[in-house]
Ligand binder design. Structure first.
Ligand code: GLN
Length: 544
């Protein structure tokens, strides 16, 4: 069975197309189908790796080291199919491949055009995902952008061709729109009518509409939308605002039978639905008691999406531990001149932070603020979790304040440091091209006995994803160990340090890899769970 569902969006951006596509994926998986998720991004960048987090939010990294759009993170949190380079398609990649083939002379003298050459390449890649495994049942293809954008036209055209070629039984269109509320009361369907019209002009009749709306729509409004858009009444699904969590969305869709409608349209018999993991997760959400406050000290704080997987992983661990996570976003640059860190991070005596997390990042800005936050957490014995850059900051802070090497630094931030405790990976020294050239993707680390890391994972072999150019400098290993810093994981060949811990501290762990990419609402990541347990303990001591 090879079925394709094309998910497009209209009216405006940020309606939650990724969450809608993923929620549909979760429902189909709940019925026992093998689902693959694909994101088509209309931008011309080859991948998201070179984009600023401010422009585009976080870069999600797959096991095979693809630097992808953050929607792949949604796919990973809602569904369980494998994700790799193949699941993230950009205009940049498509043109790159077509132009390369043209240079190789593989088009035999023909004129290369958007239709058919660009659209063929898009179709080839989508079909390749379906063919990856004979067990694949459904490929859900999310088309980035909003209908009407110039950039997404080739992707929508490829979808149109596939729907036409494969037949409506094998491929359908799901279109997401907005039902805005005007003047506080009236819900407007006109933007949805126009959006569907724009799809029809491109030759695609949506089979299912998902309407984002502040509230559930009444029958009359749904009928009106159906009438104007040629969509069946029952296929007008309302994605009303849930004031709980985005992870309730699969259940909102399930109540409206989205999965059954989609399967019926594709001529597939619905199997028994098992959504127990999602219901259990919602039970956990509703029965949390207690709250812990964690300060995330980073540099891209204005944009929630810049650290999306980190925030989500904290939330998942909170669910697993039965607590609400109160995440305080702290711009590290602001800590640089703060005269009293106890006042800022300790919150006076009223609401101190129960712990600090420093996530990944690039470039010099804000590093001193992070180092100060790490020093504060270490000396005040406050739980600390450093991820990638957050681990490097831990090492720099230790070198400066414990070893007394005042200008110890990473060579990313200072070229004339006397103690480059973090420096460029050997194989990075001659790298000129910025895209896709970091240490990327899954690799194994070995946790040492008796460490917090080993306790959290419960096993020695750890498999996590990387995305960095700089590394703990091996020439300082002995000094670091002799001064008490615990090295809790190495690569299997011992060549690279993967994790450090503070001695005589309740929970201070830094990891060079990115555990946040593997956390799910239905299966929190063990390292985040261990951190949240430390926060709960500290909170009890703070408030008790
Ligand atoms: N900038 C650091 C490096 O490249 C850390 C990267 C990260 O935090 N992802 O090594």
């Amino acid at each position: 069975m090879n079925k394709f569902i094309f998910v497009s969006g209209g009216v405006c951006s940020s309606l939650g197309k990724g969450v809608s596509a993923s929620s549909l994926g979760a429902l189909l998986e709940g019925r026992g189908f093998n689902v693959r998720m694909v994101k088509c991004d209309p931008y011309i960048n080859v991948d998201a790796g070179t984009m600023s987090p401010y422009q585009h939010g976080e870069v999600y990294v797959t096991d095979d080291g693809a630097e992808t759009d953050l929607d792949l993170g949604n796919y990973a949190r809602f569904t369980s199919g494998p994700l790799s380079h193949a699941n993230s398609i950009t205009t940049g990649q498509i043109y790159d491949a077509v132009i390369r083939k043209e240079r190789e002379g593989r088009y035999l003298g023909r004129t290369i055009q958007v239709i058919p050459h660009i659209t063929d390449e898009i179709k080839r890649r989508i079909l390749a995902v379906a063919k990856e495994s004979p067990d694949n049942d459904v490929v859900i293809v999310e088309i980035g952008g909003t209908v009407g954008d110039i950039e997404s036209i080739p992707f929508l055209e490829a979808a149109r061709q596939m729907i036409h070629e494969l037949g409506r039984n094998n491929s359908i269109s799901v279109h997401l729109t907005l039902i805005p509320e005007v003047a506080g009361s009236e819900l407007k369907t006109k933007p949805t009518q126009h959006s569907v019209k724009a799809m029809q002009e491109l030759g695609i009749q949506p089979d299912v509409l998902i309407c984002r709306s502040p509230v559930m729509l009444d029958e009359a409004t749904r009928r009106k939308i159906a009438l104007f858009t040629n969509v069946e009444n029952e296929a007008v699904i309302v994605s009303y605002d849930v004031n709980t969590t985005i992870y309730q969305v699969p259940l909102v869709f399930y109540e409206q039978k989205l999965d059954q409608i989609v399967l019926k349209k594709m001529g597939v018999e619905a199997r028994h639905a098992d959504l127990s993991a999602w219901y259990l997760m919602m039970d956990k959400f509703n029965t949390r008691d207690g709250k812990v406050r964690v300060g995330v000290v980073g540099k891209y704080m204005e944009l929630h999406d810049a650290y999306k997987s980190v925030y989500e992983a904290l939330f998942h661990a909170g669910l697993a531990c039965g607590v609400v996570m109160d995440i305080v976003k702290i711009d590290s640059a602001q800590l640089e001149n703060a005269s009293d860190l106890d006042a800022v991070l300790g919150g006076g005596c009223n609401s101190p932070l129960d712990g600090i997390l420093i996530p990944g990042g690039f470039g010099e800005r804000g590093i001193d603020g992070m180092t100060r936050a790490a020093a504060w957490a270490r000396t005040r014995k406050v739980p600390y979790f450093g991820i990638c850059l957050g681990m490097q900051v831990m090492v720099i802070e230790w070198a400066r304040n414990v070893l007394g090497w005042e200008n110890a630094d990473s060579t990313e931030f200072s070229h004339d440091t006397t103690h480059p405790v973090i420096s460029l990976l050997e194989d990075q020294i001659d790298v000129q091209m910025m895209g896709g050239t970091m240490r990327l993707g899954n690799s194994e680390s070995r946790a040492r006995e008796g460490t917090l890391l080993k306790a959290a994972y419960g096993e020695t072999a750890i498999h996590e994803r990387h995305r960095h150019r700089y590394e703990f400098s091996n020439k300082y290993r002995t000094d670091m160990i002799n001064s008490g810093l615990i090295i809790s994981a190495f690569t299997p060949d011992d060549s690279l340090v993967e994790s450090v811990e503070w001695p005589d501290h309740p929970w201070g762990v830094g990891v060079q890899f990115h555990p946040e990419f593997k956390s799910k609402p239905t299966a929190a990541h063990p390292l985040f769970t261990a951190f949240v347990k430390a926060l709960i303990k500290n909170s009890a001591e703070n408030h008790g």
